[in-house]
Write a protein that binds this ligand. Structure first.
Ligand code: PMV
Length: 371
């Protein structure tokens, strides 16, 4: 029997993937760019043994990959479970030619696979769990179906092109998961997701939790419905122009421009939602209040509260929302404690998750599982 553990972080898009050219293969209408997270992640344990029957089997158990109070088991519907199993089959079928250029092989005999998956964040917290779980499931399946897992791990660490190839497989399970294989920034265009250049200093990421009620509209449905909005017209060209500016700003460490472009993009995506036929919304009352609070913080020292205000704290930080009610905030790590105090004062300590940029999916040792 073989046993492997992997972890893959979620990611938060600054330029959004919204609208597909090809829904089967998850080919996006426009390029997107995200920041890879670190501790907000999915952990997967995979056990494999020689198949008991003629063909191998794939089982996804609703159990944590390890005993840990930090891991939460997602409550998957039967449809969701079947989607994961089909994806593992897809990885199995695609693996041999993908490994060949690295002198690696897939297992030749059928195997029975048992997977267990859990997240470090609450399922309904509005963090993209499909991105982290599909990235983790893809990597776990690839290592489990590799003939020589040690050689596979070595190649996965040293060969960026192998990460890119696995990201492509992952994309077909869940689009945005292809941006969780590298970090801290990843650009995804067409079939490929690759690391984007950045000279930014260390950053801190917060999520202001507004609501944990389940999404009324799935992201698959959102990808379809945005095209009915009158604001959809020319969206790919607009994102393209904004993305070029964002990439330059990342290279120049121009936080103010990154914050402005990210804010515009988040409003544009949510405007598409609000003007679709029929319209829909991920916002809750608290989301609007939080966005208004950020607006009130811009405009110099008079708008600041008493906590303190070094230079980057009296301009808009990087603020964005995903397909959910919660607000993501990214600030320089050097101002992290000041922002933490301000956000806690405004929204309450319970309402705040914290993370930092990360480097993407990796194979881990069981002792690394958070206790
Ligand atoms: O990967 P999906 O199909 O769940 O779509 C994700 C879409 C957004 O999270 C709203 C935007 C993005 O680029 O991550």
């Amino acid at each position: 029997m073989r046993h492997h553990w992997v972890r893959a972080p979620s990611n938060i898009a600054l330029m959004k993937y919204m609208g597909k050219i090809d829904a089967q293969k998850n080919i996006p209408e426009n390029a997107s760019l995200s920041m890879t997270l670190d501790s907000l992640a999915s952990w997967v344990a995979v056990e494999s043994h020689p198949a008991s029957g003629h063909t191998g089997s794939i089982t996804l158990l609703p159990e944590a990959p390890a005993a840990s109070s930090k891991l939460r088991i997602p409550n998957l519907s039967e449809k969701g479970r079947q989607k994961v199993i089909r994806h593992v089959e897809f990885v199995r079928e695609s693996l041999a030619p993908l490994l060949a250029p690295y002198g690696l092989e897939a297992v030749s005999e059928p195997v029975d696979l048992v997977l267990k998956s859990a997240n470090t964040f609450p399922e309904a917290s509005g963090i993209a769990s499909s991105a982290s779980s599909f990235a983790a499931i893809t990597l776990a399946s690839a290592v489990a179906f590799s003939k020589n897992p040690e050689a596979f791990e070595k190649a996965f660490i040293s060969e960026t092109s192998l990460k890119h190839a696995l990201a492509k497989l992952s994309r077909q399970g869940s689009g945005s998961s292809c941006r969780s294989f590298e970090g801290p920034f990843v650009e995804w265009e067409g079939e490929s997701a690759v690391a984007a250049e950045s000279t930014l200093p260390a950053l801190r990421h917060f999520v202001v939790l507004i609501s944990d009620s389940p999404k009324a509209v799935s992201s698959s449905e959102a990808h379809l419905r945005v095209k009915t909005s009158p604001l959809w017209k020319d969206r790919p060209a607009r994102v393209h122009a904004r993305l070029e500016l964002l990439k330059t700003a990342l290279k120049q460490s121009d936080l103010a421009t990154i914050a402005r472009l990210t804010w515009e993009e988040s409003w544009e995506m949510h405007s598409l939602f609000h003007t679709s036929q029929p319209p829909f919304s991920y916002w809750r009352g608290g989301s609007v209040e939080a966005l208004q609070w950020f607006v009130s913080q811009v405009g110099g020292a008079t708008a600041l509260d008493a906590v303190g205000a070094p230079s980057s704290t009296n301009v808009l930080p990087i603020v964005t929302m995903d397909a959910g009610p919660n607000v993501h905030v990214i600030v320089p790590e050097s101002d992290g404690e000041i922002w933490k105090a301000r956000l806690q004062k405004q929204f309450g300590a319970q309402a705040l998750l914290q993370d930092r940029p990360g480097t993407g999916a990796r194979i881990v040792r069981p002792e690394e599982v958070p206790s």
